[in-house]
Design a protein around this ligand. Structure first.
Ligand SMILES: Nc1cc(-c2cccs2)n[nH]1
Length: 243
């Protein structure tokens, strides 16, 4: 997978070259290219935004600069790309989104200000039949899209084959079965007087699986009843319902 990020703060994306993601890049599982939006400005001030039509606070990012930047970056590689624009006004980015994007050959992230990029940039891309997703990583407002890109790239790349040491852990993620993950424990057996739940040391794998499923159901019911309500009909078996 090739990932391109267009931003006025290239340094913000440096963490993508650390740790797990850095190793994925090193292993050739991911190609990452970060581009400075100002490279496509033509004025001495390298202006990337301007006042909003209709008035109001803040600045909006200029269509000319973004249009030239996206065209140039898309032209760098012939692989078909999905353009992703982080925005608080976007569709929710979820584990399902991350899973779906693992099938993309290329993702091009456009990092804007929270007042937004001139809407005609997205409209122009869509009318050229380029896939464009405007996505939100949560119901809170950031200053720019860079942090959202760090979140989304990590969520997607960790799912790519060969990135995680143990592929099973991606399968057992929270959300992968629609439930939150339950509590986890490791040594020592007792820590500050708190013992690891007995069942986890029983070696009885059926009982352990049941206990873990019950803890996941319990936590999901307590913290995210919306997820429980959204489960498909056949997701819960009789033992689950008994819980
Ligand atoms: N979910 C979300 C996205 C954002 C921003 C994207 C671009 C600028 S601010 N805030 N919150």
């Amino acid at each position: 997978m090739r990932i391109d990020v267009i931003t006025i703060f290239p340094g913000y994306l440096a963490p993508l070259r650390e740790a797990l993601l850095g190793r994925a890049i090193g292993a050739g599982l991911v190609d990452l290219a970060v581009h400075d939006l100002r490279s496509w400005t033509r004025d001495v001030h390298q202006a990337v935004d301007d006042s909003p039509y209709g008035g109001g606070p803040g600045m909006v990012m200029r269509p000319q600069v973004w249009g030239e930047a996206l065209d140039a970056v898309l032209a760098l590689d012939e692989r078909p790309a999905r353009i992703v624009v982080p925005t608080p006004a976007g569709r929710p980015f979820t584990q399902a989104t991350a899973q779906a994007w693992t099938g993309e050959e290329r993702l091009v992230f456009a990092c804007g200000r929270y007042e937004g990029i001139d809407q005609r940039v997205v409209d122009d891309a869509r009318r050229r039949d380029l896939p464009v997703d405007e996505v939100s990583i949560g119901d809170y407002v950031l200053v720019g899209g860079e942090v959202a890109v760090l979140v989304m790239v990590e969520a997607v790349v960790r799912l790519l084959p060969g990135v995680l040491g143990n592929p099973a852990s991606a399968q057992q993620d929270s959300f992968s079965d629609g439930l939150l993950e339950g509590p986890a424990y490791t040594r020592p057996e007792v820590w500050r007087g708190l013992a690891v739940p007995e069942v986890l040391r029983s070696g009885n794998h059926a009982k352990i699986a049941r206990w873990r499923r019950d803890r996941a159901l319990e936590r999901t019911a307590q913290r995210r009843p919306d997820l429980l309500a959204a489960l498909p009909e056949d997701a819960l078996d009789d033992a689950d319902r008994a819980f």
